[in-house]
Write a protein of this length. Sequence first.
Length: 120
Amino acid sequence: MRTLCSSTLIGEFFIIGFAALVAMKDPGLSSSTVWLVSGIAMALCVLLCGVVSRPGGVALGWALQIALIASGVFVPMMYFMGAVFAALWWASVHYGKKVDEAKARFAAQAASAASTADAA
């Protein structure tokens, strides 16, 4: 799960950076505010890569997805991009858990086969 979720988060890192470039063109937003908020969100993406497999990591990822969708208020294209990345986040969590379960099952089978071979 960690690999898939981290890949999604790194993709979001870049999308947030590009969205910040677009948001800077809005005369109602100061560039320092745009980069402060975007920088925090980008840092969260990188930090979440390290804690995604810990308790609460997936929930923090969902909070980031909601914030990404909500950023569509300032950059309307982010409604779409946020929805795309929320779907990717769901897929990363869902299929990542299946991959982790399969790896654990294969490791258990390998350990069982090794102990059977040692006993013989």
